[in-house]
Design a protein around this ligand. Sequence first.
Ligand code: GLY
Ligand code: MN
Length: 463
Amino acid sequence: MFAKEVYVRRRQTLLKKMREAGQNGLVLFVGNAEAPAQYKDNCYKWRQDSSWLYYFGLDEPLMAAVLDIDSGAETLFADDVDIDDIIWMGPQPSVRSKADAVGLEHTAPYGGVENAIALARKSGRPVHFLPPSRYYNTLKLAQLVPGGAPSEPLIKAVVSMRLIKEDIEIQAIDAACALGYEMHSVARDAIKIGIIEQEIVGKMEAVSLAKGWGVSFPTILTQHGETLHNHGHAATIEPGKLMVIDAGVESNEHYASDFTRTYPTIGRFTQKQREIYQIVCDCNNLAFSLTKPGITYREVHLAVARKMLEGLSALDLVKGDLDEMVAKGIAGLFQPHGLGHNMGLDVHDMEDLGENLVGYDPDQTRAKQLGLGSLRMARCLKPGHVITDEPGIYFIPALIEKFKKEGLGFDFVNYAKLEDYYDFGGIRLEDDVLVTETGARRLGPQRLPISPDDVEAAMAAAR
Ligand code: GLY
Ligand code: MN
């Protein structure tokens, strides 16, 4: 948790933004509750709501808060533990002391939030709340504000704050990236022909648990990288394959990291693998070199698409005018996802608040094209944005066949040659990047080895 003043300042800024947007009434936050996995006392691992963490810092279940836009009054709704709780959980700090720790003046029992909201609604005051990310919060909000809808002014105010990371957050993300670096190094060193993928997952996730909260999303570790989010880990590691490892650590402060590297399972790339790998590596480097305030990440995505098509053209996998191919979305056949996303308290930061409100400026519309349409962060870059740079090339036989069947891209795509790549798999290379005043900085202690030579050298050193 940060110092009390951080949370006080953030809440004051939020209310000021709401007033400036011409809003009045109450802002209601509902923190998460424990979520039973099989039965009430056997729950999924506890994780607080990220916007709650941002404004209140209190990392415990069953809390709500009401902020009065008009008077500035703030109330925390939570219950003190009773003897039954103490038997199972041990002694706990009082609600009063928790409220003090984050500078909240008033406290009331958790159930009191119902009355507070009902009274406000009765007198016609608006109640603003964020889109809920969990079923419990959905139900609770439906009960508290029947017929209500999430408040766009509130979403916009929250997004405007959480998008620009404060210095203390950048330090926290750097620390999460240091853990991510360590986890990925352990994973790379553990790759061995004949073992089950799960063995590597166990070793790498041990780092996330020993030094942080755990992983920031379910680990992707697969020799079928062409399946973008492949969460199965049951396969035996075979020679000649490419292994995509896309994984991140969530720190104890709940900030995320998210790196991807792709390794040749035998420690050396084949010529064919190296050619495609180099294109992805060049795309990653190009994106970083273009990242600076004033450019939109949509422009960076499109520049990367062009670079990718240039590389694929040199291999005779596509042909034609590069700009025309970019405009027609041909790159989406090879990279059917966006270049990157925001990252912070969530690995895809604030996606629960709505991808377009988070990732798109008001004057931007989301494309429908394959690839570009999946771009989660398109905004004009500003200092303090933390984003991922994650180009990839994937050979997805079903997608290629679909394009072919539907007559798409016939002027540009060498479908005959692509058949040689049906068993290639996929490659993705991802770094986490901070937009600075003058350009960009990669987050973490150092960059994970990424050039083909450096990857081979790092793998050789572990063998
Ligand atoms: N690293 C997983 C993702 O960005 O979707
Ligand atoms: Mn990512």
